[in-house]
Design a protein. Structure first.
Length: 240
């Protein structure tokens, strides 16, 4: 039941800042990627961990991996050069894995919980199916046209806001990405590629707190989010 963790971390993040990539933004005196790694690596014992990184950022990521409480996991961590797109980066990471299962998580979702991580893994292994995190929309959802005009209201109970982590059988995701590249289909997440196989994809309810840090406005509430959703790490209560 071997499983590899993949973290695509090669994005530019131009919507977030002109001076620092969002995965390296300092949060509680440590880069966002540090918190994401700490949460994932202390939630589950992965057989392999692969981080997709821009070539220019190798030294920076290596410095994060050298931090004392991450260093104990570093023997199983590989750095892989990222591609031009997230899909290419993930595919590059998959190429160096040798496990039955994959768990893929965005570098800029540091507030994911232990429960969501383990629930997805356990469900995926038990069902031998792909499993993704997300939540049913709480807001009224409208469909718009190309002019931004309201077309109609969509049943929000049928809308699932997709997040990561996402769990896959490795061999099937390899086929999915090959198909997406062959057909030149741009995918914004891994499950979008997997859908091309017409395979079942299961879900686990996550929460809106599992945000993807994306824009400059996100910076305003990151510290308060960290106080709440990273409190167990900050206080050293992991595993309690």
């Amino acid at each position: 039941m071997s499983i590899a963790l993949i973290i695509p971390s090669a994005g530019i993040g131009s919507r977030f800042s002109d001076t620092v990539k969002k995965q390296y933004f300092m949060l509680k005196d440590k880069p966002v990627l540090y918190w994401t790694l700490k949460r994932l690596l202390t939630s589950y014992s992965f057989d392999e961990t692969v981080i997709g990184v821009s070539k220019d950022d190798y030294k920076l990521v290596e410095s994060i991996l050298s931090m004392s409480d991450i260093k104990s996991f570093s023997n199983n961590i590989k750095l892989v050069e990222g591609g031009k797109t997230r899909a290419e980066t993930v595919n590059n990471c998959i190429d160096v894995t040798d496990t039955k299962y994959l768990l893929i998580h965005d570098a800029v979702r540091p507030f994911v919980t232990d429960k969501v991580i383990t629930d997805i893994i356990h469900k995926g292994i038990a069902e031998e199916e792909a499993v993704i995190a997300g939540y049913t929309s709480r807001d009224t959802v409208k469909k718009i046209n190309g002019k931004g005009e309201i077309v109609k209201t969509v049943d929000r109970n049928k809308i699932f806001i997709v997040q990561t982590p996402q769990f896959f059988l490795r061999d099937k995701l390899v086929k999915a990405y090959k198909l997406s590249f062959k057909k030149d289909i741009a995918v914004t997440d891994d499950s979008s590629a997997y859908e091309l196989l017409d395979e079942d994809i299961l879900s686990v309810q996550s929460d809106i707190s599992n945000i993807k840090i994306t824009t400059t406005s996100d910076q305003r509430f990151l510290e308060s989010f960290a106080d709440v959703y990273l409190s167990d790490i900050l206080e050293g209560n992991l595993g309690d």
